[in-house]
Write a protein that binds this ligand. Structure first.
Ligand SMILES: Cc1ncc(COP(=O)(O)O)c(C=O)c1O
Length: 373
């Protein structure tokens, strides 16, 4: 018997999503460097990499160590570096990882420079660029700051290039918006790279990427690689901004009906926030999907049926406010599939993926995932 709640993965959808992104980036003749933070799984990473170069982006050193142990050496640790991580970074490089780090300020640059000088070792560094005001990075027009960082890195550090992530694109509301964020991302990274070149630095890597911009970009001239992560699974946030259809979402949480309460207009299921995550990424969207969209086990959405609220191990399922749809005729023990708001957050609640076989409606295998930092 299938035990619930459990995270299921439809590998056919995963393969189709991987092919869609590969085609999109091949069109621009750039390297696709999948971000493994979404899946944290070697099996998923193998699908995303296909027979292309084994180059990945990681968000934790735990990921860096795990994927190196599976032979993937070309990695960018794409979170701004802090001095307490440098010993592990050097150890990873000693073990054969071609691990690159990012930073966006003079203080961090000086810390990396002195650690390299103290060891007589070099580290490849990318300067993080803020192309859309979303999070970290130096704005492309902050040329004084940009040069100061490059100067602070000194001669022991190898300045490899620049990196930016158009996180602002998750707030896009139209295709024109998506294309605008893609332009900002490309233009910001290329302008910063050119500024550093003009200042006399050799810049080999111009790394950009997010799933929305990677799929909607029209011009990647001057860019050497694209990073994207959530595209393997997709989720309701991506569907909400028009990047995918809900039928393309490859993961879901399989849950059982605990009780049907027609008087309250609700159905209780055994998936609460512990299984779904607390992510409410669609709350700011025109269509709020609550804690997830409720589907049949094979992934057909019930009209207007959402997880409206979530306790630790209980989900309260009901109709979207204002809906005229009927509650579906579900019974205790029936299975439902909940599509996640944010695939990275929902997957992180689980130790692995049960592989869903659409033809038989059964689970045919398990792929583990890692956790921690
Ligand atoms: C630095 C960086 N690069 C790439 C990505 C991938 O973005 P997405 O998940 O939209 O593909 C992320 C996601 O957060 C990121 O932080």
């Amino acid at each position: 018997m299938i035990q619930t709640p459990t995270l299921i993965l439809d590998t056919e959808k995963l393969r189709a999503n991987a092919a869609r992104m590969q085609t999109a980036t091949d069109r621009h003749r750039v390297l696709l460097r999948p971000h493994v933070k979404t899946s944290k799984s070697i099996d998923v990473a193998r699908v995303l990499l296909g027979d292309g170069p084994a180059a990945i982006t990681v968000s934790t050193l735990r990921e860096a160590e795990f994927f190196l142990s599976h032979g993937i050496r070309d990695q960018i640790y794409a979170v701004g570096i802090t001095p307490n991580k440098l010993d592990r970074i050097f150890a990873l490089r000693d073990q054969g990882a071609d691990l690159k780090i990012i930073l966006d300020n003079v203080e961090a640059a000086k810390a990396v420079a002195s650690a390299c000088a103290a060891r007589g070792a070099s580290l490849p560094v990318l300067i993080e660029i803020d192309s859309d005001g979303h999070r970290g990075g130096v704005r492309p027009d902050q040329v004084v700051e940009l040069t100061a960082i490059a100067v602070s890195l000194g001669r022991h550090v190898e300045l490899k290039g620049v990196l930016t992530h158009a996180g602002g694109s998750y707030a896009a509301r139209s295709e024109a918006d998506l294309r605008r964020y893609a332009r900002l991302e490309r233009d910001g990274a290329v302008a910063a790279a050119n500024h550093l070149r003009d200042a006399g630095y050799r810049i080999d890597m111009v790394s950009v990427g997010s799933t929305p911009t990677a799929l909607f970009t029209e011009d990647l001239s001057g860019v050497t690689e694209v990073r994207a992560g959530v595209y393997g699974f997709f989720d309701l946030v991506m569907a909400g901004i028009g990047v995918c259809d809900t039928s393309e979402i490859a993961i879901g949480v399989l849950a059982s009906v605990i009780a049907v309460q027609p008087d309250k207009g609700q159905i209780l299921i055994d998936a609460g926030w512990m299984a779904l995550s607390r992510d409410r990424g669609t709350a700011s969207h025109p269509v709020d999907q609550g804690y997830g969209l409720v589907c049949t086990p094979d992934g057909q959405p019930y009209p207007d049926l959402l997880v409206l609220s979530a306790n630790q191990e209980h989900g309260v399922v009901g109709l979207r406010p204002g809906s005229g749809a009927p509650l579906p005729p579900l019974h205790v023990g029936d299975l439902v599939r909940i599509l996640p708001n944010h695939a990275c957050a929902t997957a992180a609640q689980h130790a692995g993926y049960d592989l869903w076989d659409a033809a038989s409606g059964t689970i045919q295998g398990h792929w583990p995932r890692i956790q921690g930092w």
